[in-house]
Design a protein around this ligand. Structure first.
Ligand code: ADP
Ligand code: ZN
Length: 444
């Protein structure tokens, strides 16, 4: 019964692309790969030099597996060739520029030809329908606009499927809530950390959740855990979908969950995925975790070959229950750059989030502080108490801190100090991505 209901909700924007038989898909990918390799070899001096150094010519790409012969592209290559060095077309053919949010490096600037913006809108139209969004929906887009790709991607995709779009942008949270109430918003799009801020504000305004018509949330641009998903779903009364993308391919729209939430479907006729061992750079078989790598198969402005995202996940090729044949990857738990090394132990912020969000007494607002004292790394997790728990007093807090500390130490195999803070002491995210880690070892 439940399954029949799910099936009835499945809508597929482009079945020809998304449900293509695998053999046909591989032939299409090979043709596109051959064309793009030839294209960059003749248009981008960076690639001609890199291919020559690797002793590979465009005509050597005879099968899809020959992609392994091609060199990788790294973010540092884009930074070194800033702003236009990697571009394949002159500025006259570019209709728009976008830039990364600069989480880990100097921002890089990508140019889009008219075909590139159309390809991106297509990827985003497929994305909305992966989440069951149709022309009947009212989409409130609270991703950042301007140079950041989030706002623009969700904007052009919503227009393509014919939904009613509210280009709210991030921030002014009480106004966001007012818009939702007044305009009957059914779909919210923003970063998961901002969704949490909206949920938090909604609770503090004492507005009954049932007054909202929200049914779907499409959240991404940063790692977030299953525990965070549940917290947001409860707080806003919607079904939350994980979307993935990055500026170097187009922006959001590279991959997204479907109604079954069983991994993220990759638009692999546009973005060819691989997972490689971060150290040996050897491709890994399906199911094995490593560095996610993408080749843009149709991009004209700034096509990238074997781009190392440094996002960690694994690939799966079994067709999905939704009917799509596009491969999927598992929810991303972090990127290689996010990994903290605490006294030699590797710790991902998502592991910490998973533990602290299990406690009802704690609010889902936290900060991780790493320092070095007398040559030893220290790890402190500051987390807010809920109003009710704070009222129980200091002894209750001390006991809970000890419990959380034990659980965390077990989960991450490194000792962490827990500090329980009063409600509403940590800053809330009003726009963009959360910055939950303060690594004092890197300062000064
Ligand atoms: P920046 O590298 O400056 O943050 P982008 O704004 O293009 O540049 O962000 C892309 C990155 O954001 C991805 O490489 C990935 O690390 C992260 N990201 C995007 N979507 C997700 C997601 N759904 N889950 C985890 N991480 C994500
Ligand atoms: Zn599916």
């Amino acid at each position: 019964m439940a399954l029949a209901k799910e099936e009835a909700r499945v809508v597929i924007w482009n079945p020809a692309a998304e449900c293509m038989p695998l053999e046909e898909k591989r032939m299409l990918q090979l043709r596109r790969l051959q064309r793009i390799v030839e294209y960059v070899y003749h248009r981008v001096p960076f690639y001609r030099k890199a291919f020559d150094e690797h002793k590979v010519k465009p005509e050597d790409i005879r099968t899809l597996d020959d992609i392994r012969r091609l060199p990788f592209t790294k973010k540092t290559d884009l930074v070194a060739n800033y702003p236009f060095g990697m571009w394949a077309v002159p500025l006259e053919e570019i209709v728009r520029l976008q830039s990364t949010s600069g989480t880990t490096a100097k921002p890089i600037v990508m140019g889009y030809t008219r075909n590139d913006t159309e390809m991106w809108a297509e990827a985003m139209a497929r994305t909305y329908q992966l989440c069951g969004v149709t022309a009947d929906d009212v989409v409130q887009n609270a991703y950042g606009y301007a140079l950041f790709t989030g706002g623009m991607g969700f904007h052009i995709g919503a227009e393509k499927i014919g939904a009613t779009l509210i280009p709210a942008g991030p921030g002014m949270t009480q106004r966001q809530i007012m818009l939702m109430l007044d305009l009957g918003t059914t779909v919210l799009t923003c970063t998961p950390s901002y969704a949490l801020t909206i949920a938090d504000t909604l609770a503090s305004m004492n507005i009954d959740r049932s007054k909202l018509k929200l049914r779907v949330g499409i959240f991404g641009a940063e790692p977030w855990t299953e525990e965070m998903r549940r917290t947001i779903e409860e707080g806003l009364g919607l079904e939350a979908y994980d979307i993935y993308g990055f500026t170097e391919m187009c922006g959001p729209g590279v991959a997204c969950e479907c109604l079954y939430h069983d991994g993220l479907h990759i638009q692999d006729d546009l973005f060819y995925p691989e997972v490689v061992d971060p150290d040996t750079e050897e491709p890994l078989p399906p199911g094995e975790k490593g560095d996610l790598v993408f080749t843009s198969l149709t991009r004209e402005g700034v096509p990238l070959i074997r781009y190392r995202t440094k996002d960690i996940t694994s690939l799966e090729y079994e067709p999905c229950r939704c009917g799509r044949t596009t491969p999927r990857f598992r929810k991303i738990t972090g990127r290689i750059d996010d990994m903290l090394i605490i006294r030699g132990v590797n710790v991902f912020p998502s592991q910490i989030e998973t533990v602290i969000l299990q406690y009802r007494e704690l609010a889902p607002q936290y900060q991780i502080i790493v320092d070095r004292v007398k040559n030893l790394d220290t790890l402190e997790v500051q987390v807010e108490a809920t109003e009710e728990f704070w009222a129980q007093g200091e002894e209750a807090r001390r006991n809970l801190a000890a419990q959380v500390q034990a659980k965390l130490t077990q989960a991450i195999i490194a000792t962490a100090d827990i500090t329980i803070l009063a409600p509403r002491t940590l800053p809330r995210i009003e726009a963009g991505k959360a910055r939950r880690v303060v690594d004092k070892r890197r300062l000064g």
